[in-house]
Design a protein around this ligand. Structure first.
Ligand code: HEC
Length: 123
C-alpha cells in the first residue's frame, strides 16, 4: 500500500471515529447513567427520585401532571417518600409532565378485517 493511501485511510478512520462520537445533537439526550432525558430539572429528579428505585421505573411510565402528582402522593402515603419542598415538587412535576407526558394512544390500530387471515372457526 502506498504512503498516500495509508494516510487517506487513516484520515477516513479519524473522521468516522469523530462522527460516531458525536450523535446527532437534535435528538433528545438521555443521561448515560439514569436514562433520564436531559431537559430542565432532570438533576432534581435524579437527586430525589432515584434513591429507592432506579430511574427506569420513571422513564418507562408516562402521564399528565396530575397522574405524576398522584404517584408522588401514593409514594408519600405508602412507600416512605418524604415531603418535597414545593420548589422541588414543581420542578419535578413540570419535568415529568413535559418529558414523560400522557400518551395519546399506546395501542396500535386495529387490523382491518380484509387483512385478517380466515377464521377457521367461522366455517
Ligand atoms: C422513599 C423511597 C422512594 C423515593 C424517594 C421515590 N420512590 Fe417511587 N416508588 C417507591 C416504591 C417502594 C415504589 C414501588 C416499587 C415497585 O413497585 O417495585 C415506587 C414506585 C414508583 C413508580 C411506579 C408506580 C406505578 O404506578 O407502578 C413511579 C413512576 C415512581 N415510583 C416515581 C418516583 C418519582 C418521580 C420519584 C421522585 C419524586 C420517586 N419515585 C421517589 C419508593 C420511592
Amino acid at each position: 500500500m502506498s504512503q498516500h493511501t495509508t494516510s487517506a485511510s487513516l484520515l477516513l478512520l479519524l473522521v468516522t471515529a469523530s462522527v460516531l462520537q458525536h450523535p446527532v445533537s437534535t435528538a433528545q439526550q438521555a443521561d448515560r447513567v439514569t436514562g433520564l432525558i436531559k431537559e430542565n430539572g432532570w438533576q432534581v429528579v435524579q437527586a430525589n427520585c432515584t434513591v429507592c428505585h432506579s430511574a427506569q421505573i420513571i422513564t418507562q411510565n408516562s402521564g399528565s401532571r396530575a397522574v405524576w402528582k398522584s404517584r408522588i402522593v401514593w409514594m408519600q402515603e405508602t412507600q416512605g417518600l418524604g415531603e418535597l419542598s414545593s420548589d422541588a415538587e414543581n420542578t419535578i412535576l413540570d419535568y415529568l409532565a413535559m418529558n414523560y407526558g400522557q400518551k395519546e394512544n399506546s395501542r396500535r390500530a386495529e387490523i382491518p378485517a380484509h387483512l385478517m387471515p380466515d377464521n377457521p372457526y367461522n366455517n
